[in-house]
Design a protein around this ligand. Structure first.
Ligand SMILES: NC(=O)c1ccc[n+]([C@@H]2O[C@H](COP(=O)([O-])OP(=O)(O)OC[C@H]3O[C@@H](n4cnc5c(N)ncnc54)[C@H](O)[C@@H]3O)[C@@H](O)[C@H]2O)c1
Length: 256
């Protein structure tokens, strides 16, 4: 497809399914030298071949690493696995969850579970990658998965919006901290993307038709469209881009 990730070693969390799967396969299609696919399960929600076998079929070096991103030691071990290829160049902290019931009365257990993945997991991923990049004296790119829900609020996703708003500011703060080491940190904020997460969450699935109608492009996004944006941020084509939250939403948040 392109060679913008030529020679790069890419690590993607939550990469068995949906957007993460598209990012990992997209990295291989954009020329990555090696891709480390990580998730709590290797089975794809979409069915069919695993992300790992899709990448193998492209002739790109790939490893699967089982990682629960809410567990710091597991995330550290994931990034360590990239040492086999000389260390991570592009870290994509994509894993994230939604809740069935996430209004103003969100239950404490659900709230903490969501934060442990959407915020703790993203921070642990960025920390582990930055530590390795600095130890290797390498410049690098860290891409954090936010959401349009982290830029505009929605009453049915109170905890989710809170977590994704945190990710947007995490990218800015880490960009400041890590920029002197040549490490860029950005967030990607997708609009409504047609994945298992959207189709199986009853509240979000019900709202998605309304979002589609208000979106200037009049359709939901495809996982591959997020993957292409992540590949660009990971590549040297974005060498002076750091600290942004790149909205990839078909224009939804730009209109009233
Ligand atoms: N689909 C959308 O419309 C949309 C919009 C904005 C942001 N996002 C964000 O994009 C990311 C991916 O969403 P998706 O739609 O592909 O969802 P998905 O449910 O299809 O895939 C998420 C993947 O993350 C994995 N995962 C869950 N908990 C994990 C954990 N603790 N550790 C490691 N992996 C874990 C799951 O196993 C799954 O493979 C999430 O951060 C989500 O918040 C999605």
């Amino acid at each position: 497809m392109s060679d913008i990730l030529k020679d790069k070693v890419v690590v993607v969390t939550g990469a068995a399914s949906g957007i993460g799967r598209a990012i990992a396969i997209g990295a291989a299609q954009h020329g990555a030298r090696a891709v480390i696919v990580s998730d709590i399960t290797e089975t794809s929600n979409e069915g069919g071949r695993t992300t790992t076998s899709e990448i193998e079929a492209l002739g790109v070096a790939v490893r699967f690493h089982r990682t629960d991103v809410s567990q710091r030691a597991q995330v550290d071990a994931l990034v360590e696995a990239a040492a086999e290829f000389g260390g991570v160049d592009v870290m994509v902290a994509n894993a994230g969850i939604t809740l069935r019931s996430d209004g103003p009365d969100v239950a404490e257990d659900d709230y903490r579970r969501l934060m442990s993945v959407n915020l703790d997991g993203v921070l642990f991923s960025a920390q582990a990658a930055a530590r390795q990049m600095k130890a290797n004296g390498k410049a690098g790119s860290i891409v954090l998965m936010a959401s349009m829900g982290g830029i505009a609020g929605a009453g049915m996703t109170v905890a989710y919006s809170t977590s994704k708003g945190g990710v947007v500011l995490m990218a800015k703060a880490l960009a400041d901290a890590l920029g002197p080491d040549g490490i860029r940190v950005n967030a990607v904020a997708p609009g409504v993307i047609d994945t298992h997460l959207v189709r199986t969450n009853p509240g979000i699935a019900a709202a998605s038709e309304g979002f589609r109608q208000r979106t200037p492009l009049r359709r939901l996004g495809k996982p591959s469209e997020i993957a292409d944006s992540v590949a660009w941020l990971g590549s040297d084509m974005a060498s002076y881009v750091s600290g942004i939250a790149l909205l990839v939403d078909g224009g939804l948040l730009s209109v009233i």
